[in-house]
Design a protein around this ligand. Sequence first.
Ligand code: DWN
Ligand code: ZN
Length: 411
Amino acid sequence: MSNLSGRCRVCNAQISAFMSFGRMPIANGFLNEREISNEYFFELAPAFCSQCGMFQLIEQPQPDKMFHGHYAFYSSTSRYMQLHFENFANKVITDILAGRRNPFVVELGSNDGIMLRHFHERGIRHLGVEPSVNVADVARSRGIRTISSFFNRKLAEEIVAEHGRADVMLAANVMCHMPDLPGVAAGARRLLKPDGIMIFEEPYLGDMIAKTSYDQIYDEHVYIFSATSIARAFAPHQLELVDVAPQITHGGSMRYTLAPKGSRPATVRVAEQFSRERVQGLDDAKTYLHFKQNCERSRAHLMQTLNELSEQGKRVVGYGATSKSTTVTNYCGITPQHVEFISDTTPIKQGKLSPGAHIPVRPYQEFTRAYPDYALLFAWNHAAEIREKEQAFVAFGGRWIVYVPDVEVIS
Ligand code: DWN
Ligand code: ZN
């Protein structure tokens, strides 16, 4: 591991990586054969700031290397996630917007409009902020008002000047992508009305530690949040954590509700979550050394399983060319010798090679055309949806290889 230390992005304290996942490419950087020689790599190394409790990457590629005009992840590919965001939007409409006159909703990282469409369909004033132009275009084609920019204090000023202040700010799996979190918090405080509310949900540190789901760590996820670190990061900007709600999405997420300081009381759930985090040891450096050992154990077990299957001449196919799979394949050393191809329903990924490991990504139809002996479930966070859909694969004798929370072969 090279000298991996730096400054905390939130509190500026000195931080050092507690482990390295090694040389990593852009997680969504699916590529063609001719692009291999120019593939970009950085060192994926997480650190825990003992001063403010923020879990973060030491090094992160420039945002425009990750979010651009050919961003590979379209939020609406999962039916369950469509339903999840419909429920999220409905809750905001009934619990917060009801009774407000001509409310205004802003979503950061609105992708293809999976959540904002429900506000648009009800004629509610809305604005999506989505820097990846191709996914934003899908939203725009559905009539969802979207600007393609990175959110910061300056953009907040521009939005206020053009549309006024927001009743609600939303984000899902996005806040943890934004390196200048203090700038985002300052922008949010500027954009929100005095009685405005910000709600966002992100992969939860407590789940990642408990399940050894180390594949949540990749370039885009510059932070993995806890209730404690969120409260501390937003407090200097007069935004207070007033509620938390665990979510099952993405393998374990937390929904955070923040409001201008003093505008509403915090629920008892916030204090309870802080104490749960203390008990779990999320503020203790030893927890992360233990996590590192668990990652190494998981890697050894997965590679033992894949090597054995390869020696037996079994066909193994990856299921879901997720961003997360880039960490798994590169950290563990999974090659096209272990995994014949990765099946994925996203057209922009198909026909390309996976980042770093260069495993071919093929259309889903290739998976159903000739079922493999084993499917390595890279999209493990969608297991319920996928296993319900793939009963014919299991009936054929196919088996799933999973690795979160433990490496297992299951039917
Ligand atoms: O935070 C992020 C989350 C929300 O989405 C982003 N940084 C990027 C992205 O992460 P991911 O790529 O790990 O997300 P998913 O949702 O686990 O990706 C699922 C992949 O699997 C997609 O490429 C679609 C594919 N898929 C499939 O082929 N068949 C998904 C389902 C449900 C399926 O049935
Ligand atoms: Zn810090």
